[in-house]
Design a protein around this ligand. Structure first.
Ligand code: UGY
Ligand code: MN
Length: 280
């Protein structure tokens, strides 16, 4: 009976529209509604297509939908979430002594202030790192909604190492590097690599179709992965998962992982990785 009733939902969606906001249509079962679910939560990984991630509203965020993707309740040592901010919505966050924040603009534009600095306009591809002990505000431009991928992490202080300072950047003006030497791969390290003040990295990873890692990786660092462009197959634990734009993956410590990009164009994802701290 599933095979007879299931039909792919061909409703086009605009770049600002989340799949859970699609208008219902009689006789059309949206992807993921019955049986055909790509979402999986394993012992130390989670694969989350956007259609199943429901809305939260938070007191500190005005006219904003928050969709939590990773959280301590999942097993993650950080939180990652998608902010969908309506025009003129946003937040003013007070100083939080031990929390650091990272934001990356996926769609639309926002104004951000960090501490007492003047506001900075962020467009698609811009990002901001807010260190612990620093307040910030974020407000969406009045003309269009914004989608921001966010990370929140408790800062792990290390002896004799200073706390990082704030960073605002734009990925389009950063150099593409490739320490692997493998043709068809590229990296943009949005936070300074090898700077021991930071306890996490945020990297954009670029792949040409068919170019994978030299080996299946199994490492202590966790990941939060948000798919920005392209498509492929992702190996997690011991199974392959089809990955598309807007999908999210949490990879816990020691989760075997590999990416095999498919499609005709390059694939890009934004990757959180905790680094530079000892095991206690
Ligand atoms: O840097 C990394 O750990 C990266 N190669 N992992 C990944 O993309 N899953
Ligand atoms: Mn990795």
């Amino acid at each position: 009976p599933f095979a007879r009733t299931f039909r792919l939902n061909q409703t086009p969606r605009g770049p600002q529209m989340h799949p859970t906001d699609l208008p219902g249509q009689p006789g059309i079962v949206p992807p993921g509604a019955i049986g055909h679910n790509r979402g999986v939560v394993g012992r130390n990984f989670a694969f989350m297509p956007p259609e199943g991630v429901l809305k939260s509203r938070l007191p500190a965020w005005k006219s904003t939908t928050v969709r939590f993707l990773a959280a301590p309740s999942l097993g993650a040592g950080f939180a990652q979430y998608m902010l969908e901010i309506e025009p003129a919505g946003g937040t003013a966050q007070p100083i939080c002594v031990d929390l650091q924040h990272f934001f990356y603009v996926v769609a639309g534009g926002v104004d951000v202030t960090i501490g007492s600095d003047p506001p900075v306009e962020l467009a698609v591809g811009a990002f901001v790192y807010v260190p612990p002990g620093v307040s910030f505000t974020m407000s969406c431009h009045p003309t269009a909604p914004a989608r921001i991928i966010a990370v929140k992490k408790r800062y792990e202080k290390a002896e004799d190492i200073a706390t990082p300072t704030a960073i605002i950047g734009q990925q389009q003006s950063m150099p593409m590097t490739n320490h692997t030497g493998l043709q068809g791969r590229g990296f943009k390290h949005l936070l300074p690599m090898g700077d021991l003040r930071f306890d996490f990295e945020m990297n954009l990873m670029f792949f040409q179709p068919g170019v994978c890692f030299p080996a299946v990786e199994t490492h202590i660092m966790e990941h939060g992965l948000f798919m920005l462009e392209g498509q492929g197959l992702y190996y997690l634990g011991n199974s392959w998962h089809e990955i598309w734009v807007d999908d999210f993956i949490w990879m816990g410590s020691f989760c075997p992982q590999q990416f095999y990009p498919t499609g005709l164009n390059h694939s890009v994802y934004l990757l959180y990785k905790n680094v530079n701290r000892d095991v206690v």
